[in-house]
Design a protein around this ligand. Structure first.
Ligand code: GGG
Length: 356
């Protein structure tokens, strides 16, 4: 039997509710298939850990995670800890430490779910957004001087390297090529950002020459928001910088029905380090501890994790179970117009697995 070591990091807020739900579903699925085993180890890292130790994760946390086959992550964010401390102390430490430079964010309208757009049935909105996940606006370059004085200065420098942009462009073109429409939209802002974004555009054009079967177009990030709303079927695979894709993928999730359903994979394509899978939503402290969190984004992230591990039959089975539950519309959380809680949706997915 194939065995995989999975590091589970619930993190903060509703991460502590959705990750146990995901572990329950994955454990049931692996027992049903009898082909593979998932051995979970949970790490209590996050804002509570910070309060008791002064760090979001231990100093040797990356060494601890390195032998794992994958990381299953919940969320970071706490109302009593500055957001830049939580994000950089845990999630970005793992993404950047493990060179998970390809952040893959599929979005589509699942059967039974409704887009807030008029006339947007399943099939009309079916995107994968690729987020550059290692540099750009999140390079961590910059600083502050003369704190508290009138002449105080802060810089936040975006970094675009030829190596970093080339590898994510290749990844996005390959992903676009693997999808039926073979279509890639390159998001840019090179009209205003005339250095880094012009390099980005140039490398996109150079990379395109190696993918003659992929049709490519370019869109300014501001215009992209309009296009996502007005012409969702004109997009398929989308590549954008770290910050642009972060914003566009939240919009994408909302247009597909809810941020609660959207999954993501932080992938190290060379597999030198473990990749990390998580719902795109944050810690949602307003609903924490109430059992209301939508676990579907966490389950869909598990689908991505299984695909990454090579367990494509199990991944497809879990996706079918998710779609069966959304199509029935009987057991949905409040963000999707239902009244069910996390536990009821988890139970519905577990029972749908039996029929999928
Ligand atoms: N599960 C995703 C998560 O916890 N995100 C928290 C967050 O604030 N992310 C901001 C970002 O990734 O740019």
């Amino acid at each position: 039997m194939r065995a995989y070591r999975i590091a589970a990091i619930p993190g903060d807020g509703i991460g502590k509710e959705v990750i146990p739900a995901g572990v329950e579903v994955l454990t049931k699925l692996s027992r049903m298939t009898n082909d593979f085993r998932l051995d979970f180890t949970e790490f209590p890292w996050g804002s509570d850990f910070y309060r008791s130790t002064g760090a979001l994760m231990p100093e040797d946390g990356l060494d601890t995670l390195k032998p794992f086959d994958a990381i299953y992550f919940g969320a970071v964010g706490d109302p009593h800890v500055p957001d830049h401390v939580t994000l950089w102390g845990l999630r970005l430490k793992i993404c950047q430490g493990f060179d998970q430079y390809a952040n893959v964010r599929p979005t589509r309208v699942l059967p039974g779910l409704k887009s807030p757009l008029t006339d947007c049935p399943p099939g009309k909105l079916d995107w994968v957004i690729v987020r550059e996940n290692s540099e750009g606006e999140y390079a961590g370059q910059g600083g502050r001087s003369h704190r508290g004085h009138p002449e105080e200065i802060a810089t936040e420098v975006s970094i675009f390297t030829r190596a970093g942009v080339s590898r994510i462009m290749r990844f996005a073109f390959e992903l676009a090529r693997s999808r039926p429409r073979k279509k890639l939209t390159v998001i840019t802002k090179s009209n205003a950002q005339r250095h880094g974004m012009v390099l980005w555009d140039e490398i996109a054009a150079e990379t395109a020459r190696g993918f003659p079967d992929v049709s490519v177009d370019k869109e300014l990030v501001d215009a992209a928001t309009v296009r996502m709303v007005n012409r969702p079927d004109s997009l398929d695979t989308v590549i954008a910088t770290n910050l642009h894709a972060d914003i566009l993928s939240d919009l994408a999730a909302a247009l597909a029905g809810s941020i609660g359903i959207a999954p993501t994979g932080n992938v190290n394509p060379e597999r030198k380090y473990p990749s990390m899978f998580e719902p795109i939503h944050g810690s949602a402290f307003d609903i924490m501890g109430k059992g209301l969190a939508n676990p579907i984004g966490t389950f869909w992230s598990a689908v991505m994790m299984l695909e990454h591990l090579g367990e494509s039959d199990a991944a497809a089975r879990l996706m079918r179970a998710i779609e069966r539950v959304t199509a029935e519309r009987k057991t949905l959380t409040r963000d999707l117009g239902g009244t069910a809680g996390t536990a009821a949706v988890t139970a519905a997915i577990c029972s749908a697995l039996e029929q999928s």
